[in-house]
Design a protein around this ligand. Structure first.
Ligand code: R1P
Ligand code: URA
Length: 313
């Protein structure tokens, strides 16, 4: 993987694989479901059409940096499931390097977990945001000698909002609602699907999500209150989805647009300080994973790559 890399601006190996994810053109489908962890990715990948059914191999690659790519077909449509780890930087690696490995429209659904800031979405609920923004720890505030003294008085910055793709979000919300309705009717700890609000991406799980840590100087005691004042429609708080919306907006080649939508299963109740039970995750996660795939194959994708020369040929 590390041999013969010559371009420091956008490194690739001698077989043209991108440096961190370790894939090349033809390894990733135009439709991508991205999740944080490998276990979730592998569980969802069990829903892919089997090799016996399709007569095509399922591609799998784990990069040296821990990105997992699984490409196959779902209901006959090529899809990739990619586990990327946590945080804005991992989302940045994933979006840029995947974009460089796919021609035509790239349609991405992220399925993650989150904290809730809404009484309407307790643990067991699923949130589908219409957009999102970022909360950044202002390291200058904590610096001995800030480079920008005028920025020293605010420990956290909020970005502006970035919209999710409207059409894709609608498909995702409808598919999730339909999938969850029968399970919700029988289990009062699963659901509902909450739509129309915003997601906040903290640059960390801890300080910039307003978690209090006596071992560190964070000055974040009033952060969640500020979140609600600045963006009252905030439903969820996590670490990647707003960054995905932001990067989708910044994709500038009209022949290579990025459409993005996201949903999160609520794990942490930040209002009541509670956490989801593992038995609820066991019911919720497969349900949401399948609904995400069902939504992904319905999305309109322009200039979808032909199968020739791909791993799903
Ligand atoms: C933190 O526990 C992680 O969980 C959420 C956050 O965004 C962060 O990555 O998402 P995933 O469940 O997809 O990892
Ligand atoms: N993921 C996060 O980033 N925050 C939470 O509170 C729960 C999951």
């Amino acid at each position: 993987m590390r041999e013969h890399i010559s371009n420091a601006n956008f490194p690739r190996d001698e077989e043209d694989r991108v440096y961190h994810i370790g894939v090349k053109l033809g390894d990733v489908a135009n439709r991508v479901l991205t999740v944080g962890d490998h276990v979730r990715a592998r569980k969802i990948a069990k829903l892919l059409d089997s090799e016996e059914e399709t007569g095509h191999p399922i591609f799998e690659r784990t990069s040296q940096r821990g990105f997992l790519t699984i490409t196959g077909r779902y209901k006959g449509v090529p899809v990739s499931i990619m586990a990327i780890g946590m945080g804005n930087s991992m989302m940045d690696f994933f979006v840029r390097e995947t974009r460089a490995s796919v021609e035509g429209t790239l349609a991405i659904i992220r399925f993650g977990s989150c904290g809730t800031l809404s009484h309407l979405a307790p643990p067991g609920a699923v949130i589908v945001p219409s957009g999102g923004y970022c909360i950044r720890r202002n390291v200058d505030y904590f610096a001995d000698e800030p480079v920008y003294p005028e920025l020293k008085d605010k420990p956290y910055f909020f970005s502006g909002n970035f919209k999710a793709d409207e059409g894709m979000t609608e498909i995702l919300a409808k598919t999730l609602e339909a999938a969850m309705a029968p399970v919700e009717a029988e289990n009062d700890y699963v659901g509902p699907v909450l739509t129309g609000g915003l997601n906040a991406d903290g640059c960390s799980f801890y300080s910039s999500q307003g978690r209090l840590d006596p071992d560190f100087w964070d000055d974040n005691e009033s952060l969640l209150k500020e979140v609600v004042m600045k963006y009252p429609k905030t439903h969820s708080i996590e670490m990647e989805t707003s960054m995905l919306f932001h990067l989708a907006r910044c994709a500038r080649d009209p022949a290579k647009p990025i459409k993005a939508a996201g949903c999160m299963q609520v794990f942490a109740d930040r209002l009541a300080n509670a956490f989801i039970r593992p038995d609820v995750v066991a019911v919720l996660e497969p349900l949401v994973g399948k609904a995400c795939l069902d939504a992904l194959v319905q999305v309109e994708v322009e200039n979808e790559m032909s199968v020739e020369g791909t791993v799903w040929e």
